[in-house]
Design a protein around this ligand. Sequence first.
Ligand code: GDP
Ligand code: MG
Length: 260
Amino acid sequence: MSNNITIAIAGNPNSGKTTLFNAITGSRQHVGNYPGVTVEKKEGKFKYEGKEIKVIDLPGTYSLSPYSIEEIVTRNFIIEEKPDVIIDVIDASNLERNLYLALQFIELEIPLLLVFNMMDFATSQGYKINIKLIEKLLDTPVVTAIASKGEGIEYVIKSALSLAKNKKKARGNMIKYSKEIDKYINILSNFLSSNNVTEGRYSGRWLAIKLLEKDTEITGEIKKHKLSEEIMAKVSEAREDIKKFFNEEPENIISDRRYG
Ligand code: GDP
Ligand code: MG
């Protein structure tokens, strides 16, 4: 493991990201803006077992679509800066909404730690969460915390650093959409991966899904690629087929299934 490690904290707004960030970094923080945009960028550093750890508090997002500056900043940071670990802070009292974003991080196939925060709130609401089962279903490590009380912080740090060390990445194929859609995700992602279209920046699977969803930014980028004609022909064919099969726009089905 290198001596410099970068941890990025992401998640829905109000899930406790900044509280966790403060708990992890203490007072050694620096606040600025992302280049070119007025979205606050908080950076902090701390030393841990002889290593210099940099922590970034990413803007809060509900999704990784290109519809808000926060979403674009977050996903570009993850794709371009390649942090060693992403901590996705999840409001455990609102799992349905928060896991929607988590699934998209899983599809990016990055080293991912899910922190189920607000466990005090979830418990007082009567929720009993089977952490082990969720961990197994998503094949991604899950730890719990009450960031506002400083509970679980040490274990969050240990788990994040252990992920940085073993470089274990989330596996996107854990998430199934439906036979018809998965077929096209596989065809497309195999094509994209075997032609190294993402140049190792992110997973072919994520790119395939983004293209099927007609993500404007990603589609615009792919249109500049030397294989763009072939790629876009495959995407059109897949979208047409999916549309015929479900009688609905592919992006709507994908989003519905993700919630499911
Ligand atoms: P962010 O938008 O994700 O950065 O969320 P913040 O860190 O600003 O937290 C939002 C609110 O939730 C603040 O009032 C925090 O004090 C509170 N909060 C953070 N973590 C917890 C927690 O584990 N339990 C409870 N009950 N409140 C928390
Ligand atoms: Mg915040």
